[in-house]
Write a protein that binds this ligand. Structure first.
Ligand SMILES: NC(=O)c1ccc[n+]([C@@H]2O[C@H](COP(=O)([O-])OP(=O)(O)OC[C@H]3O[C@@H](n4cnc5c(N)ncnc54)[C@H](O)[C@@H]3O)[C@@H](O)[C@H]2O)c1
Ligand SMILES: [Zn+2]
Length: 355
């Protein structure tokens, strides 16, 4: 068990790593978290862990209300956001009360957003249960819902008051969902940690101690970026976007239909190839990153993807300015160069070689 603290301008958020879910109640002891707690979860996760969390909260005298949303990304929309906020109002929750999310990044994104707008901000506690949400979505304070015309287009920056990570919850995660987290962990290795990368390039399965190490180190890297550039205005947080420019294009183009983690995996390989061809990294670095992705059975080849079409989707992306796409490119393992720009045409000319 370990504790980290994410320190941002108006909050210190403790992150408890490796604590059983049953300990959540005691961490919310006292007046600071109010009396009423809305426990927001999804239809897969609540049946697995919901009762344990609810019991731990009730045993501390909290009045617990549940709201269980259908699992899946489609749920992360405005209609459900309004339902959550209205539920808080119906239950007469006050400014000192708490909304706690139990589940993956979908519930923490929508639940975090709801916490930030109900009464202009109530306590938000996050109990992430997917590997991706433990290493990424629960940390850093970005909250959002999707709009019909794009992902995460409405949201806020709102730091949780507390994050409670029970690593044992990962054991019930379906293999494809586990891989989503793996892709983000490989990313952390490439941008800042050779130790993480070395552990990941040997492929799976991972021992429990290794998972604990990887989750802790990933959070440490995200903490480093978030504390120095909380609102993504200074450029440092941008390094977390490695693999995500091309990955996002692949994901939204839907050819083929890849999950976020799979798209980021292919995106990391493509962006490293660009880096190699621009002389920013050497071929060995490119081969190592490609092999690390392949060793987890994540997509590494761009051959069956319509990258040209995917790149055209990028015109609407936040990372495109005046027709130029901004990339984060590896220099070597654990070091990246940010703000590398290419036109869609030039990026396509290079990527065609491996498509
Ligand atoms: N806010 C951020 O900084 C940030 C960062 C990365 C991703 N995200 C967002 O996070 C979401 C993706 O996160 P995700 O992959 O956790 O998605 P998710 O919440 O949809 O979870 C994926 C699936 O795993 C299931 N699940 C979760 N934990 C489980 C467990 N322990 N056992 C069994 N099933 C479990 C869920 O029910 C769901 O079916 C996206 O909406 C993405 O935009 C946000
Ligand atoms: Zn991601």
């Amino acid at each position: 068990m370990s504790i980290m603290r994410i320190i941002t301008c108006d909050r210190v958020c403790p992150v408890y790593v490796g604590y059983p879910i049953e300990k959540t109640g005691e961490k919310l002891r006292g007046k600071r978290y109010g009396k009423k707690v809305l426990l927001l979860s999804d239809s897969n996760v609540y049946p697995l862990y919901g009762d344990r969390l609810a019991r731990s909260l009730s045993s501390e005298g909290k009045e617990v209300f549940n709201m269980t949303l259908p699992a899946g990304e489609k749920t992360k929309n405005f209609e459900n956001l309004i339902r959550i906020v209205e539920w808080c109002a119906e239950k007469k929750m006050g400014r000192d009360d708490t909304l706690i999310t139990l589940g993956g990044g979908m519930v923490s994104d929508i639940g975090g957003f709801a916490s930030s707008i109900y009464m202009r901000g109530i306590n938000f506690v996050c109990a992430p249960t997917s590997l991706l949400s433990q290493v990424d979505a629960s940390i850093g304070g970005k909250t959002a819902v999707n709009l019909p015309c794009g992902k995460n287009l409405a949201g806020s920056f709102y730091q949780p008051s507390l994050v409670m990570i029970d690593l044992k919850t990962i054991s019930t995660l379906p293999a494809r969902e586990f891989s989503q987290g793996v892709a983000e962990i490989i990313k952390y290795g490439v941008i800042r940690s050779s130790a993480i990368f070395r552990m990941m390039e040997k492929g799976g399965p991972l021992r429990n101690e290794e998972i604990k190490y990887l989750v802790g180190e990933s959070i440490r890297i995200k903490k480093y970026c978030v504390e120095r550039d909380e609102k993504e205005r200074k450029g440092l947080r941008e390094i977390l976007n490695f693999g995500h420019t091309l990955g996002h294009a692949v994901e939204i183009s839907g050819f083929p239909s890849f999950s976020h983690g799979e798209s980021v995996a292919a995106g990391m390989v493509g962006e490293t190839y660009l880096s190699f061809r621009l002389g920013i990294c050497d071929r060995i670095t490119y081969e190592r990153i490609k092999n690390a992705v392949a060793s987890w059975n994540l997509p590494y080849s761009l051959k069956n993807m319509n990258i040209e079409k995917a790149l055209t989707f990028l015109q609407y992306d936040k990372k495109v300015r005046q027709g130029k796409i901004r990339f984060v490119m590896p220099r070597k393992i654990s070091s990246v160069k940010r703000g590398v720009t290419l036109t869609v045409g030039d990026a396509w000319k290079i990527l065609r070689e491996i498509c």
